[in-house]
Design a protein around this ligand. Structure first.
Ligand code: AMP
Length: 642
């Protein structure tokens, strides 16, 4: 089998035949109920034209079986899930046998509520074990889950309900963040009201944590505990799915206000995760894995829930912030549960860097073989600082909601190249191309020469199959943005050095990355523009020492003369921020809203977001020959920097 540990021989320029050999081998890492025929159906003779690809054709399998049932024989008594909540001060554990029982109960309950194979189930939950049970229960019965990050508010949620048309929504009375209770139920009820009538769910299943009073709607709302008690001994057999049936939808922000439903398959995803746990993260069954993400993000799907469980590991679900009860909590949890690998974000580490380092030294971190960081660029000082204080290698990995698992990573055992996201991972044919014609850039070592990071199709197993309910958008958005070539665009600029290490230089579309959370500037703009006082606005991502980027808004008021003084200005800024908070959620709240009398635009009326961003970051705004009027750009500078 190809040497996957150092990625190199199965990455760029791998032929389809090499890919087939590689993935046939990796497919052994999971259980198949019926063996697959062709490893990959792609190109001539395939039932779908490129770039659509079908992996492990005809094979039947199930994510829940691979994550839970198949371990019962050898690992029934091994802890599968540890829930640590510093919010409600609880620690609980489930062995694989106990996890199995809870998942079967949840699956049987969902069946009672009419959920069938192919139905969508939207999960809007805090970081509680029932969220994991619900995800696995969906996978078990072939329902397609769509987990929506608990930090999103009603309007974001309603858009996702409209698109997914769920039969069931699973939620809770409330979450808690930094000790503050955040009620979910009123947000959810409001979102369901906002959603189109045809998309509203038949039922809402609610975990009552006793954190907030909950009004329930008779006939629609069902209590988790009651449903569970009716199914203590029910059976819920695994539904065997063809490898290419959808397993889940996960919405992500793009360049339009409408979020895209990234649709994942079953078999390819299971195989890719199994391979990544072994050959990227270097983890073995029986070991413990600690990923600090949230189940609402792709990292949580892949490396809190499915990846570690498919690999027979113990996974830690952490409800809490990195700072409470003190900024040593991550390290305290490492010392307590002894994970071999930890997965977090550069923002979390940059935040912790500001605090007393003795909070690290007092904990035994000797179990850690590596700290993996992803979601945003990892700067060299942060990587060095973490390596020094934690005493283990710090490894970057670069990927996207769309891919479901890393496109690039620092191979275990290799020397890190600080600032680099590593090398392309096995199975990905990654190319650095000219954005105008898709021609390869032969620029190894030339850091002045950036290109588009692109992937030649077929995308490897586990990557998005399509955009939910919109094949045309899938092809147009991802494969037609680089003229002249059928290439998947990551929408990231990149470059690489002479050793084959890649450097990710940031997005070139209107997606920004705040503390590792991906946000579409258009969604925030729409929310700001829905404020009665605002005529138009532009939102850009501006560099921030801790969060990587923050959203900064420039708004033109309908009646600029209505703002008489600084106090009124501040009040309005607060009101606009609150509106974004209430509609989209705390994650989307801009750091600043500046009021200006005009936005810098081209003569054809396009807002010059990139110039605004450059000015805010004290960079050269570049070529401004198409600008209609330089006045607004000066206002931007004055407002943000002045
Ligand atoms: P998301 O879909 O939320 O995972 O966001 C994906 C985007 O985050 C990518 O397109 C990159 O812009 C950025 N990103 C993710 N991981 C890294 C990394 N390791 N280094 C640099 N940028 C990253």
């Amino acid at each position: 089998m190809p040497n996957t540990r150092h990625f190199a021989d199965v990455t760029t320029a791998a032929t389809l035949e090499q890919q087939r050999v590689l993935w046939r081998e990796h497919a052994r890492l999971i259980d198949w109920q019926t063996p697959f025929g062709e490893v990959l159906e792609y190109g001539a003779g395939a039932r779908l034209p490129p770039p659509f690809a079908r992996w492990f054709v005809g094979g039947t399998t199930n994510l829940c079986h691979n994550a839970v049932d198949r371990h019962l024989k050898d690992r029934g008594n091994q802890v599968a899930l540890i829930w640590e909540s510093t919010e409600v001060e609880r620690t609980e554990t489930w062995t694989y046998a106990e996890l199995h029982r809870e998942v079967v109960r949840a699956a049987a309950g969902m069946r009672e509520l009419g959920v069938q194979r192919g139905d969508r189930v939207l999960i809007y939950m805090p970081m509680i074990p029932e969220a994991v049970f619900a995800m696995l229960a969906c996978a078990r019965i072939g329902a397609i889950h769509s987990v929506v990050f608990g930090g999103f508010a009603s309007v974001s949620l309603a858009r996702r309900i409209d698109d997914a048309r769920p039969r069931l929504i699973v939620s809770a009375d409330a979450g808690s963040r930094g000790g503050k209770v955040i009620e979910y139920k009123p947000l959810l009820d409001h979102a369901i009201e906002l959603a189109v009538a045809e998309a509203r769910p038949a039922h809402v299943l609610l975990v009552n944590r006793g954190l907030a009073p909950m009004k329930t709607m008779p006939g629609r709302d069902v209590h988790w505990a009651e449903l569970r008690s009716r199914h203590l001994d029910s059976a819920a057999p695994v539904e065997w799915l063809e490898s290419n049936e959808p397993s889940y939808i996960l919405y992500t922000s793009g360049t339009t206000g409408k979020p895209k439903g990234v649709q994942r398959d079953v078999g390819g995803y299971a195989v890719a995760l199994a391979a990544s746990m072994r050959h990227i993260y270097d983890c073995r069954p029986g070991e413990t894995y600690f990923c600090t993400s949230d189940i609402g993000w792709v990292v949580g799907h892949s490396y809190i829930v499915y990846g570690p469980l498919i690999n027979g590991m113990t996974t830690i679900l952490y409800e809490g912030t990195p700072l409470r009860p003190d900024p040593g909590i991550f390290w305290q949890l490492v010392a307590k549960h002894r994970p071999v690998a930890m997965f977090s974000s550069p923002t979390a580490i940059r935040t912790l860097k500001r605090y007393d380092q003795s909070l690290i030294r007092r904990h035994d971190l000797s179990s850690l073989r590596a700290l993996w960081l992803a979601g945003e660029p990892l700067d060299e000082p942060t990587a060095r600082w973490a390596g020094e204080w934690l005493g283990c290698p710090i490894r970057d990995n670069y990927w996207q909601t769309e891919t479901g698992w890393p496109i690039m990573a620092t191979p275990a055992g290799a020397n890190p190249h600080y600032g680099s996201a590593g090398q392309p991972v096995f199975g990905y044919d990654v190319r650095l191309v000219n954005e105008e014609n898709g021609e390869p850039l032969d620029n190894a070592g030339d850091f002045n020469h950036k290109g588009v990071v692109a992937i030649a199709p077929p995308l490897p197993p586990g990557c998005l199959q399509t955009v939910w309910d919109d094949d045309e958008r899938f092809v147009r958005t991802y494969f037609h943005s680089i003229p002249g070539k059928l290439l998947y665009s990551t929408f990231d600029w990149g470059t690489r050095d002479a050793d084959g290490y890649w450097y990710i230089l940031g997005r070139f579309d209107d997606v920004i990355n705040v503390a590792g959370h991906r946000l579409g500037t258009r969604e925030i703009e729409e929310s700001i523009c829905s404020h009665a006082a605002v005529a138009e606005c532009a939102v850009v991502g501006v560099h921030d020492e801790i969060k990587g980027q923050v959203a900064v808004a420039f708004a033109v008021l309908r009646n600029p003369d209505g703002i008489k003084d600084a106090a009124m200005r501040m009040e309005l800024e607060g009101a606009v921020m609150r509106q974004v908070h209430d509609q989209l959620g705390a994650v989307a709240r801009p750091a600043r809203v500046h009021f200006v009398t005009g936005l810098p635009k081209t003569r054809s009326g396009k807002v010059l977001r990139r110039a605004i961003q450059a000015i805010c970051e004290r960079r050269d705004p570049g070529d401004l020959t198409t600008i209609d009027d330089p006045g607004p750009l000066e206002q931007v500078q004055q407002a943000h920097l002045g």
